[in-house]
Unconditional design. Structure first.
Length: 135
């Protein structure tokens, strides 16, 4: 599987006007949170982000390149305009590749159990499990 890479630039301006100007030139505002919870404001190319966002799952690691620094990150949250079919904002969570990561994974049941085919009812005990591993 190829690595998902998003290039970003640090931005200094904030507010509605600054975000609107970014969107007019094909970029979107973004925020990256480090392991300590500190935020850094970024701007990213909207087309590049959308391409990655459409393929990414909540557990997909993305390489976020900010200047010469490279970070492993998850897409934490996005703001999406369904009418215009465009992303408006993105949040990233940087992770430490040397620390154990705990992520919830949804449990999907497949197939048709014999008991259900004979009139029984399937009761799921859990909807998700937590998995701990290195990224």
């Amino acid at each position: 599987m190829s690595k998902q890479v998003i290039n970003a630039k640090v931005r200094a301006t904030t507010g509605k006007r600054a975000a609107k100007k970014l969107r007019e030139v094909g970029s979107i505002p973004a925020v990256v949170y480090n392991e300590k919870g500190e935020a850094t404001m970024l701007q990213i190319n909207e087309a590049e982000f959308t391409k990655v966002w459409k393929q990414a799952t909540p557990t997909t690691l993305i390489e976020l390149v900010v200047g010469k620094e490279k970070h492993l990150a998850f897409i934490k949250d996005t703001e999406y305009n369904i009418i215009a079919d465009k992303n408006l904002h993105a949040d990233f969570q940087v992770i430490d590749p040397d620390k154990v990561l705990t992520v919830p994974i949804k449990v999907l049941l497949g197939g048709s159990p014999v008991g259900v085919r004979e009139g029984g009812i399937l009761q799921k005990g859990i909807d998700s499990i937590k998995i701990s591993c290195l990224p």
